[in-house]
Design a protein around this ligand. Structure first.
Ligand SMILES: *Cc1c(COP(=O)(O)O)cnc(C)c1O
Length: 406
């Protein structure tokens, strides 16, 4: 099956709607991605014919639903090339997954004076849970700088380690610059210094499978709603040897082994970290979304997104009234920009009147915005279903905004 954008588009019903009487040009994929018919059908089919609580009853519907739920876990393990499906924990999203890791590490492994390395281009989801450890446990946050294109200096990174460094938390792909971080090298260096590493893959996983064993990370996080799946579901991968020694996060059903009046023992991973009824339908539909993605011509898909990005970068740069943030030649399909002298909120409002959806704001990256010397940017981000005509529409809408506001 070779990549064909018209065939892809036909599978996303929302793309045929209009906004303000104009065809929708959806370029806010880094905030959330639209859903293919296969995922919509999966949700309907589950709710219509195969639904009950999981891991509980011995009746047919419960057994069938448990089977579908665990099959989704197995699909995630395959998508990440995890060594075992026991390394896959379902969470409520990317934010929830990082909170889980920070919370359980803060119980025993990270305390007063221990150091955590973060890059300045992290999403708030991969900053604030570590701030909790600073505030509540006396941990020390150390900030790894990046250059104007989002590049990490590996020598500067290595120089940050001390015998107190316990953890590195770094994005796999910046949600502002689109730059891909050298996670594999960073993991090797972290381990040489006896530290663990978490990579935030919320922006990366939508562009195809990830190999957590090759990356060598201890934890990897991604989210359903940015991988063609539903919201309300995310994934935490944890290396088995690490998960085995970690205490539970939330308490409740499913995460226990024995509960008595004066003692409690806990289940094995991954169930130890999944208290209560999980997002059943969302997990099953996430499995469908990942299988949908893996069935595409992934080389063709990535080449298409690359071509869209190159086209957009060139066309926006050629206007002379647009400032671009981050121009790494191999960046992912995310472009942060500002129209000179115009607030990005005004830009996005005018673009919206042309049917063009972009994000405007700090993108949950206030430390990076501060470094860039701005409070906000507009951001266009592309997925498999975007077209070159839509890039032209974006540039044309920016020209209109420039003519109206400057
Ligand atoms: C979206 C995003 C998150 C948060 O994921 P949610 O599922 O929305 O909680 C974290 N990190 C990055 C880089 C993101 O883009």
């Amino acid at each position: 099956m070779t990549f064909n954008v018209a065939d892809i588009r036909a599978q996303f019903p929302i793309l045929s709607r209009e906004v303000h009487g104009k065809p929708l040009v959806y370029l806010d994929n880094a905030a959330s991605v639209q859903k293919p018919q296969a995922v919509i059908d999966q949700l309907t089919a589950s709710m219509t014919g195969q639904y009950a609580n999981v891991h509980r009853g011995l009746h047919t519907l419960s057994n069938e639903t448990t089977g579908a739920f665990e099959e989704a876990r197995s699909t995630v393990a395959q998508f990440l090339n995890a060594a075992s499906m026991d390394e896959i924990i379902f969470t409520m999203g990317g934010t929830d997954a990082v909170n889980l890791v920070a919370n359980v590490l803060g119980q025993e492994e990270i305390g007063e004076g221990d150091e955590i390395i973060l890059s300045v281009m992290e999403h708030h989801s991969n900053i604030v849970p570590w701030h909790f450890l600073r505030e509540r446990k006396g941990a020390v946050l150390k900030w790894l700088d990046v250059d104007a294109d989002g590049n990490v200096d590996l020598d500067a990174y290595e120089a940050m380690f001390t015998e107190r460094t316990k953890m590195v938390a770094v994005t796999h792909q910046s949600n502002v610059f689109g730059t891909v971080t050298p996670v594999k090298e960073m993991a090797r260096i972290a381990h040489e210094h006896g530290a663990m590493i978490l990579s935030d893959g919320c922006q990366k996983a939508v562009h195809g499978p990830v190999d957590v064993q090759d990356l060598g990370v201890d934890f990897y996080v991604f989210t359903g709603h940015k991988t063609y799946g539903p919201s309300g579901i995310g994934v935490l991968y944890g290396k088995k040897s690490v998960l085995d020694r970690l205490p539970p996060y939330r308490g409740g059903g499913e995460m226990i082994d024995i509960v008595e009046q004066d003692r409690v023992t806990y289940n094995e991973p991954p169930h130890r970290f999944e208290a209560g009824t999980p997002p059943i339908l969302e997990a099953i539909a996430l499995g469908t979304a990942l299988r949908w993605m893996m069935a595409q011509d992934l080389d063709g898909l990535v080449a298409h997104e690359r071509a869209l990005t190159d086209h957009a970068m060139e066309a926006l740069r050629a206007t002379n009234f647009i400032e671009l943030y981050g121009a790494h030649p191999d960046k992912g399909p995310v472009i942060a920009f500002n129209l000179k002298g115009i607030h990005p909120h005004d830009v996005s409002t005018i673009l919206d009147r042309q049917g063009v959806a972009v994000r405007a704001g700090h993108h949950c990256c206030q430390p990076l915005m501060k470094k860039l010397g701005t409070s906000a940017t507009a951001r266009a981000s592309f997925a498999a279903y975007n077209t070159h005509e839509e890039i032209d529409a974006l540039v044309e809408a920016c020209r209109k905004a420039h003519d109206l506001l400057s």
